[in-house]
Design a protein around this ligand. Structure first.
Ligand code: BES
Ligand code: MN
Ligand code: ZN
Length: 510
């Protein structure tokens, strides 16, 4: 069983095969490594107890000596264990059993996989515990597949080597398949973020989207410069003017039916629109960023990558729901035609925006993308954008900001994120912030008064373009990109919001 929608056999894009084996005795399982999960309750029960018995109580001895504690994310390799068919066992701590969540298992499995991927391995087995829920197994499977993939795309000597084969023991095959498809969406988003900006720019991002659309069966529309002009997307086009690379707007449609089939009613309203900021490189434009602030700015298309990764997984899972994804792809540069401070651009909606800072470009791009999406009359819109440094000042690196015009919509996004273990926190949208983006010259300006509340004034600009449709904006400036490695990712793109968006589609489809 090969689950992936990413191209097989390319170590930089996909992991190897993932399969499930339900009736295999863990002690007899022949593999390079068997990963077992240990709670802080001890080695007495579950799959790890079977391994303990097969090894004549060696795990119990290690527990008694304090070598194994089951502390969360503790990772202990045990070589040369007697009585097992595998070469080594990796014991992965998950903390208190009664506090276990899908998110913890995602990170624990990813940590184990990342550790093991330090060198090549033929076959790695993971032993699911009998008391885990299917949601927990699914996220563990996803984590194991994400953890194998690093950001070493352009290194001759790879830091991480995806396993040739991953086998999940004691896990239902359909759950393992789903976990693999979720990982594909996350790994797709991560890879797109990690690609250098001179290789991934609006045109090549659109090509990638077309490849994925063909593979999972999505309808795709790619709007080039000429189409964008015809559509009066003057806000998006203004940001794009500083670059030699021409912009794109990509629309993807997935029409799942209640029976999980392909084509639904062509005229039905989308249940969900996913919108992504796709600034493939953000130099800041004429409001140029300093070098330190610019280095990571290939990540500024992470929202678009999340929208693409999520809709690809939603399609691969055949969820019974109608979803569209729309991404605005531009490069924010300083070329001779670059948009200037003091310029007034007329957005597609007709609203005029005075440009006070060309580095506040994401909201200007999204103004037009949201307007295009609003034409489709979706029941709700959720956008993901690496929109503001201010959101990172407020919430740090790991927590995404939520902003909404509809509390029920926001609650659904929050619940979906929490269910898969991604951190989000809602910020206020009080009316007085609206006044801060009023302009003397145009209808609105693209920054607030000063830096205070900068994540909110950015969200307030977006709100102007959703025409009252229930909408939630997710500012992923912090979680989209890891400057330093964590135990579960080697750094770089994280695939933030892919799993929450898939989970959201799933709850809406129920
Ligand atoms: N892409 C940046 C936001 C960002 C910063 C994302 C750091 C990820 C990490 C965005 O386009 C930007 O430059 N925002 C400005 C807005 C300001 C000029 C009002 C910012 O946050 O400084
Ligand atoms: Mn910017
Ligand atoms: Zn930006």
């Amino acid at each position: 069983m090969s689950t992936e929608f990413l191209p097989p056999g390319r170590a930089t894009t996909g992991s190897g095969t993932i399969s499930a084996a339900t009736a295999t005795d863990p002690a007899r399982f022949e593999a390079d490594t068997l990963v077992v999960f240990l709670s802080s309750g001890g080695v007495g029960s579950g799959g790890i107890a079977a391994v303990d018995q097969a090894t004549n109580g060696q795990l119990t001895r290690l527990w008694d000596q304090g070598d194994l504690t089951g502390k969360r994310y503790e990772c202990v390799p045990l070589l040369a264990l007697q009585g097992l068919a595998c070469r080594q066992v990796l014991v992965m701590g998950v903390g208190p059993a009664d506090e276990l969540t899908p998110g913890i298992l995602y990170r624990a499995a990813a940590t184990a996989a990342r550790q093991l991927a330090g060198r090549t391995r033929d076959c790695v087995g993971f032993l699911a515990e009998g008391h885990w829920t299917n949601d927990q197994i699914e996220q563990a499977v996803a984590g194991a597949a994400v953890g194998q993939i690093g950001q070493d795309l352009y290194r001759a000597e790879k830091r991480q080597h995806p396993f040739a084969a991953t086998v999940w023991l004691e896990a239902p095959v359909e759950v393992v398949t789903r976990g693999g498809l979720i990982a594909d969406g996350v790994n797709l988003a991560r890879r797109l973020v990690n690609l250098p900006p001179d290789d991934l720019y609006p045109e090549t991002f659109a090509d990638e989207a077309a490849t994925i659309a063909g593979r999972v069966g999505l309808e795709i529309e790619i709007w080039d410069q000429a189409r964008l002009e015809r559509e009066r997307c003057q806000a998006l086009l203004a940001v794009a003017r500083g670059s030699e690379r021409s912009p794109r707007l990509v629309l993807l449609h997935y029409r799942g039916t209640a029976h999980g089939g392909g084509a639904g009613h062509a005229d039905s309203r989308p249940d969900l629109a996913l919108v992504g900021k796709g600034v493939t490189f953000d130099s800041g434009g004429l409001s140029l960023k300093p070098s330190e602030g610019m280095l990571a700015m290939k990540c500024d298309m992470a929202g678009a990558a999340a929208a693409l990764g999520a809709i690809a997984t939603i399609a691969a899972l055949r969820l019974p729901i109608h979803v569209v994804a729309a991404v605005g792809l531009v490069e924010n540069m300083t070329g001779p035609s670059a948009y200037k401070l003091g310029d007034v651009v007329t957005a597609r909606s007709g609203l005029t925006i005075e440009i006070h800072n060309t580095d506040a470009e994401g909201r200007v791009v999204l103004a037009d993308v949201l307007d295009v999406v609003a034409d489709l009359q979706p029941r709700r819109i959720v956008d993901a954008a690496t929109l503001t440094g201010a959101c990172m000042v407020a919430l740090g690196r790991d927590i995404a900001g939520l902003f909404t015009n509809d509390q029920a919509c926001c609650d659904a996004v929050q619940a979906a994120a929490t269910a898969v273990g991604e951190r989000v926190w809602q910020l206020p949208m009080d009316k007085d912030f609206d006044d801060q983006i009023l302009s003397e010259v145009a209808d609105i300006k693209n920054v607030g008064d000063g830096r205070l509340g900068g994540a909110i004034t950015a969200a307030k600009l977006l709100e102007r373009f959703v025409r009252g449709i229930p909408w939630t904006h997710v500012d992923i400036a912090g979680p989209a990109f890891a400057d330093k490695p964590t135990p579960w990712t080697g750094g770089g793109g994280t695939g933030a919001m892919v799993r929450p968006f898939v989970e959201l589609a799933r709850t809406l489809a129920r």
